[in-house]
Design a protein around this ligand. Structure first.
Ligand code: URA
Length: 233
């Protein structure tokens, strides 16, 4: 059992002071009845709390898949730029998800966010080698030598060693790249080290998850089966 005021503030709905006003004005209901006493106890599993008639969810694990557009930074706050958090519906944002790894401001594609720190760590850790597949448009055309250099493990211009990766040429100026780590600007720098400047980049796959027609800028919550598949990686 938890106090109603704690339940509402944990749900990120309002500050403690704002909650007092909400409660006084009779806009908070528990199982359909207005409750004005913040100290009232409730069972988050079975009691239904609404504010202004909208159900309020208690804290729970969420894993979100966002189709990130270009122009947003992968961060929870930024003094200058729009952040990916602005694209997350507010009811889900209240669960305090954070991005898992990052996509550059100009990169589009699949970005996971979660409030499950252990899962985030597992997905980011190079130890687990989760595959991430990208589609790139770039200057030049990837050759067999480029494919072999990726497979052998590239050395970037600053001496950084990359794990073996898969480069699949799709045609002039187009390739697919699959990596198992997430170094800063990794794909752009790998391609640049072979003389192919990337002009457009989109992440299409992470582990078992793809974009599957999710529209640019849209978010969806992963199902329990999808979360289980991620946890099993
Ligand atoms: N590699 C990059 O260079 N940029 C990204 O956003 C992701 C991978």
């Amino acid at each position: 059992m938890v106090r109603l005021d704690k339940f509402l503030s944990d749900a990120g709905l309002a500050s403690r002071r704002e909650l007092k006003t909400l409660l006084k004005t009779g806009t908070v209901t528990v199982n359909g009845k207005p409750v004005a006493d913040g100290a009232a106890k409730l069972d988050p599993e079975t009691d239904r709390v609404c504010v202004h008639g909208e159900p309020v969810e208690g804290p729970r694990r969420v894993v979100l898949l966002l189709h990130k557009p270009a122009g947003y930074v992968t961060s929870t706050e930024d003094p200058r730029d729009r952040t990916v958090m602005e694209l997350i519906p507010s009811a889900l944002r209240r669960q305090k998800p954070v991005p898992v790894g990052r996509l550059d401001k100009e990169t589009e594609g699949l970005l996971l966010l979660t409030n499950d720190g252990d899962l985030a760590h597992r997905l980011i850790s190079p130890k687990h080698g989760v595959e991430k597949r990208y589609y790139a448009r770039h200057e030049g055309t990837a050759s067999l030598e480029d494919v072999e250099a990726f497979a052998a493990g590239l050395t970037l211009k600053d001496g950084t060693l990359c794990r073996p990766a898969v480069l699949r040429p799709l045609g002039p100026g187009e390739s697919e790249i699959t990596v198992t780590e997430g170094k800063y600007h990794q794909v752009r720098r790998m391609m640049a080290s072979r003389g192919m400047t990337v002009t457009y980049l989109r992440r299409e796959q992470e582990g078992p998850l793809g974009l599957d027609g999710l529209a640019l800028g849209e978010t969806r919550e992963l199902t329990e089966e999808e979360i289980a598949a991620l946890c099993a990686l």
